[in-house]
Design a protein around this ligand. Structure first.
Ligand code: IPE
Ligand code: IPE
Ligand code: MG
Length: 236
């Protein structure tokens, strides 16, 4: 039994289908997705999860229809304007992870302000992956090391990657019924436990989070060792 995961990462998928099923524009699904994220952050605080990393916009999501992309960008700005204060009051440290230089000045200013305001918080680190791709992350780390003339090793890459400020995720959840990683934490999820949920992200609630945590608790994490070794280690 592994207890409550220290770090949970989530591919928040299914907003578009949630909206389409209700004959609503896809952006309405993203708005509802924000509500699900707010519930999820509170549930993580209540359960003493220390790091929550969510996939909000991928490197590939730029290829969506222009109105959806601009809707997502303005949603980010308006959500931050409203949510930073309560997040700050709840001890949440916001971190944005991705190719942030490629965002508009307005969006980037919002993200930077949110990070500044919550920088001292320790209760929960909330990493929002935005214009993020696992391949981008590995490539940018390698480029930075090469530019500095440093050796490229597992350790040097690990400390140059975008999530170097937190340990690797223990549990990765993907909602929306797909069984793929879609360029999420390629490097950091090497030994994560995966849980897939059929729920669309706007429907994901604390009970669904508890189901995922319970499934995680039934897994045996072996990290390449044998089951006998793991059991002996736990007894020691
Ligand atoms: C996930 O929901 C949110 C983003 C990718 C921004 P989707 O928008 O991918 O929803 P579906 O998969 O089309 O239902
Ligand atoms: C992954 O979902 C990205 C986010 C949740 C932000 P997608 O909906 O973009 O993934 P695919 O296209 O179904 O693989
Ligand atoms: Mg999707």
């Amino acid at each position: 039994m592994s207890g409550v995961p220290h770090h949970i990462a989530i591919v928040m998928d299914g907003n578009g289908r949630w909206a389409t099923r209700r004959f609503l524009p896809r952006v309405a699904g993203h708005r509802q997705g924000v509500e699900a994220l707010r519930r999820c952050v509170q549930a993580c605080l209540d359960r003493d999860v220390r790091v929550l990393t969510v996939f909000a916009f991928s490197s590939e999501n730029w290829d969506r229809p222009q109105d959806e992309v601009s809707g997502l960008m303005s949603l980010m700005v308006s959500v931050l304007a409203k949510e930073v204060k309560p997040l700050k009051a709840n001890g949440v440290q916001l971190r944005f992870v991705g190719a942030l230089h490629a965002l508009s000045d307005k969006v980037r200013a919002g993200l930077e302000q949110a990070e500044r305001e919550t920088a001292g918080n320790q209760r929960l680190v909330l990493n929002i992956c935005f214009n993020y791709g696992g391949r981008w992350d590995i490539a940018q780390a390698a480029q930075r090391l090469a530019a500095a003339g440093e050796a490229i090793t597992e350790a040097s890459l690990g400390r140059t990657m975008a999530l170097a400020h937190v340990p690797d995720p223990d549990l990765v959840i993907r909602t929306g019924g797909e069984f793929r990683i879609s360029n999420f934490l390629l490097w950091q999820s090497a030994y994560s436990e995966f849980v897939f949920s059929d729920k669309l992200w706007p429907e994901f609630d604390p009970a669904a989070l508890d189901d995922a945590i319970a499934a995680y608790g039934r897994r045996e994490r072996r990290f390449g060792k044998t089951s006998e070794q793991v059991v002996a280690n736990q007894a020691a």
